[in-house]
Ligand binder design. Structure first.
Ligand code: FAD
Length: 279
């Protein structure tokens, strides 16, 4: 069982618990992006198993009236076992999403995976005429060119700052540089895209900037934040009329995800410590 301290960030261990979380979150007007925890499988069997779970999740979401979709990680559905395994599994999940009218997101992992992930996304987004989305990272210098390539591709694009520790040759390392790149890329998207923009950030400055760009260019956008992070802000944005999606992970492999969330912010670590010492 997931201890209460971790359940702030993780929607349970089972699909049933995850669906309860979706229902509760939808009641606040916040939509849910469900992610089954798991990554870096170097054998096909594990990748196929998680793919099968995603196929079932897509069918189950499609059979409800819940506001929910899924997000997969390339290395979870086979990238470390082979590019062909990843492409086959991604295509199967995108096809199921198309059949059941459930949106499918693809997360972005470290820079060595960007080309193969982008190529697969572009092919399947064209094949299924949208219905899928891709995450791109502001800390990567290449992202401006990738966004140019994505202008005419159907589907949605989630812009995040980037979670991987990348080499200096390919990435901005200073927070100020990443923030400046985020603004530049976001403005490019509002200027050039017809919609399908997802602002994947908890940063109040970036969200405010997106609101300003929306007023200037009129392009639609949605905000995406993680479960357990600024949930008050998620509800406030809904009250202000914005579309908000909460990325909610679930599954048995919750510990390392929880540990990452606790380590990345002092406030989270203090919260965890208080729970452990019972104060
Ligand atoms: P930061 O620069 O970390 O923080 C800026 C400000 O935001 C802070 O000063 C504070 O005001 C506020 N803030 C940030 N965190 C908190 C918090 N925990 N509590 C309260 N306030 C906070 N990365 C990838 O590399 N690939 C992915 O596929 C990917 N998918 C993502 C999907 C979603 C929906 C989200 C939200 C993030 C995803 N990320 C992904 C992670 C992302 O790259 C960043 O590492 C992460 O979002 C932190 O950056 P930030 O924009 O939130 O702001």
């Amino acid at each position: 069982m997931i201890p209460p301290i971790a359940s702030q960030f993780v929607a349970g261990e089972t699909p049933a618990a995850a669906f309860d979380h979706i229902r509760e979150t939808n009641e606040d007007g916040v939509k849910v992006i469900l992610n089954l925890l798991g990554e870096h499988y170097d054998n096909r069997a594990e990748a196929d198993q998680d793919t099968a779970t995603y196929l079932q999740l897509v069918r189950d979401i499609g059979n409800t009236d819940l506001d929910a979709c899924v997000s997969v990680k390339p290395s979870q559905i086979g990238l470390d076992a082979g590019d062909d395994v990843f492409r086959e599994n991604f295509r199967a999940i995108a096809e199921a999403g198309d059949q059941h009218d459930v949106f499918v997101w693809c997360d972005m992992e470290d820079h060595t995976t960007t080309d193969v992930t982008l190529d697969a996304f572009e092919e399947f987004a064209r094949e299924f005429e949208g219905g899928i989305g891709l995450c791109v990272q502001a800390n990567l210098k290449r992202t401006k060119d990738d966004l140019r390539r994505l202008v005419d591709v159907p589907g949605k694009i989630r812009l995040v700052k980037g979670a991987y520790d990348e080499p200096r040759e390919v990435a901005y390392k200073e927070k100020s540089e990443v923030d400046a790149a985020y603004r530049e890329y976001l403005e490019f998207m509002f200027e050039q895209f017809e919609g399908g923009i997802a602002v994947g950030s908890h940063d109040p400055a970036m969200i405010e900037f997106a609101r300003e760009l929306h007023d200037e260019y009129g392009t639609d956008f949605e905000v995406q934040m993680l479960m357990g992070v600024r949930e008050d802000a998620q509800r406030e944005l809904v009250a202000d009329g914005y579309e908000v999606w909460q990325y909610a992970p679930y599954g048995g492999k919750w510990f390392s995800y929880f540990y990452r969330r606790v380590r990345e912010r002092k406030e989270n670590a203090l919260f965890a410590l208080r729970a452990v010492v019972g104060q």
